[in-house]
Design a protein around this ligand. Structure first.
Ligand SMILES: C[C@H]1O[C@@H](n2cnc3c(O)ncnc32)[C@H](O)[C@@H]1O
Ligand SMILES: [Zn+2]
Length: 435
């Protein structure tokens, strides 16, 4: 293994391009950006030097909505409508998941995210203690929520409460600043009002965030209004589930008043354009209203079964294009705003720092290849990053100053891919046998 992955200490990224200027970035031993500038190399006696020539530095990307271990379900069930997809294909398969599957799937997801420039993600799934172990080994940051689904059944609610409490106690016991916990009520159509109320109270008591699917489909809104007499965001608010630490995924069918509500509560709306288009949810998140009312707007990929990859570089382009197309406005969501969604807004959502390349910020840094075809010519770096490149332009990734990928090499890649492939086949076999 390249010794750059095992060496510890201060790091110098020498002669890298930021905003069109060539500078050094000096990182101290704690993984913090200590200096940026032409003479930053003089501020440290670097243990590790990374050559930054032919590289553009951007902040590490943050994926604010995914189900990482669904990497095992990539291509398992495509081209279906959401309710059928979940109830006929995904949930029956997930009933056979084991902790070992989630560990293997999360490692594959981490590998894929690292290779496309993501350093942190917001995860909602099952066996999250094993997902956390995978993330710790891979060196990324993540926030883990157990996917709470009670379907209105009291017995199930008790079990989901226990699973949530157990996960949060476990994550807190790790005392690892890269690994956080959240409460994860799946949605208003799978979680009873009693359970939503418990989730809101528990998140407040534990001083942690909430991760929820919100207004993904028109059916969700219509059914919610028919059952409860109010729209999904209003319902969530009633039960204390809209807070400055809530990440609401999708938000496609919010009306203007709900966008104002999200803005007032300081909620993060996680836009997942590829998943929304693939599942044909038939409306794009109202970016313009959410922006107007001050909501934090970030980006997510959703799981690998509805995307079908975890490349946030690609997702920036989907976001910018979908918004323009859906709302008939070529000026909506320009490249610099797509980059902000994928970096600073995501970091704000998960509390992982400013999500910018600034002195004092965590050294979560991605180096893009200026010699890649997608970066030639290089009139506007933001434009190329959003509209021309995908994750394959990412050459080096650092998280908290630790080098996770260098020159596209990630330690252990072959074994991670092999084990995840085996786990996916075995999972599908077990599901097949029982059907
Ligand atoms: C945590 C549970 O959420 C399921 N899931 C994955 N993608 C979506 C989606 O787009 N909408 C709703 N639910 C989703 C996942 O399979 C788990 O069961
Ligand atoms: Zn989802």
């Amino acid at each position: 293994m390249n010794e750059i992955f095992t060496a510890r200490g201060s790091v110098l990224i020498a002669g890298v391009t930021i905003d069109g200027s060539t500078v050094d970035i000096a990182l101290d031993e704690t993984g913090t950006i200590a200096a940026i500038g032409k003479d930053a190399r003089k501020t440290i006696d670097a243990d590790i030097v990374i050559d930054g020539s032919d590289r553009i530095a951007v902040p590490g990307l943050v994926n604010t909505h995914t189900h990482a271990a669904m990497s095992l379900l990539r291509g398992y069930a495509d081209d279906m409508i959401l309710q059928d997809w979940l109830s006929q294909k995904i949930w029956p398969l997930e009933a056979h998941l084991t902790g070992d599957d989630v560990y293997a799937g999360t490692r594959l997801a981490c590998l894929e995210m690292i290779k496309s420039g993501t350093v942190a993600f917001n995860d909602m799934y099952f066996f999250m203690d094993r997902a956390a172990a995978a993330v710790d080994e891979m060196g990324m940051r993540a926030t883990f929520a157990y996917g709470f689904i009670d379907l209105g059944m009291e017995e199930k609610r008790e079990a989901e409460i226990k699973a949530t409490e157990t996960l949060i106690a476990h994550i807190k016991s790790l005392n690892n600043p890269r690994i956080q916990a959240a409460v994860g009520p799946h949605s208003v159509y799978t979680v009873s009002p009693e359970a939503l109320s418990w989730c809101g109270d528990f998140a407040k008591e534990q001083n942690i965030g909430i991760h929820v699917h919100l207004s993904e489909t028109e059916k969700e809104v219509v059914d919610c209004v028919a059952q409860f007499g109010k729209r999904p965001a209003v319902l969530l608010d009633e039960y204390g589930c809209l807070t400055p630490r809530t990440v609401a995924a999708h938000c496609c069918w919010l009306d203007e008043a709900e966008c104002r509500l999200l803005g007032e509560r300081g909620v993060t709306a996680s836009h997942n354009p590829a998943s929304n288009m693939k599942l044909a949810v038939n409306r794009a998140m109202p970016y313009h209203w959410l922006k107007q009312y001050g909501a934090n707007i970030a980006l997510g990929t959703d799981g690998c079964s509805s995307n079908n990859n975890l490349d946030l570089m690609e997702e920036m382009k989907f976001a910018a294009l979908l918004q323009k197309f859906a709302w008939n406005s070529p000026t909506l969501l320009p490249a610099n705003e797509a980059l902000t969604m994928a970096t600073a807004a995501g970091a704000r959502a998960l509390g992982t720092g400013p999500g910018t390349l600034t002195v004092g910020a965590p050294a979560d840094i991605v180096l893009l290849d200026t010699r890649a075809v997608c970066n030639t010519p290089l009139f506007h770096a933001d434009s190329n990053a959003v509209y021309a490149c995908n994750g394959s332009a990412v050459m080096t990734v650092l998280c908290q100053g630790r080098i996770l990928m260098h020159e596209r090499e990630v330690p252990g890649e072959e074994e991670i891919v092999r084990e995840a492939g085996d786990a996916a086949l075995s999972l599908a076999d077990r599901a097949e046998e029982s059907s």
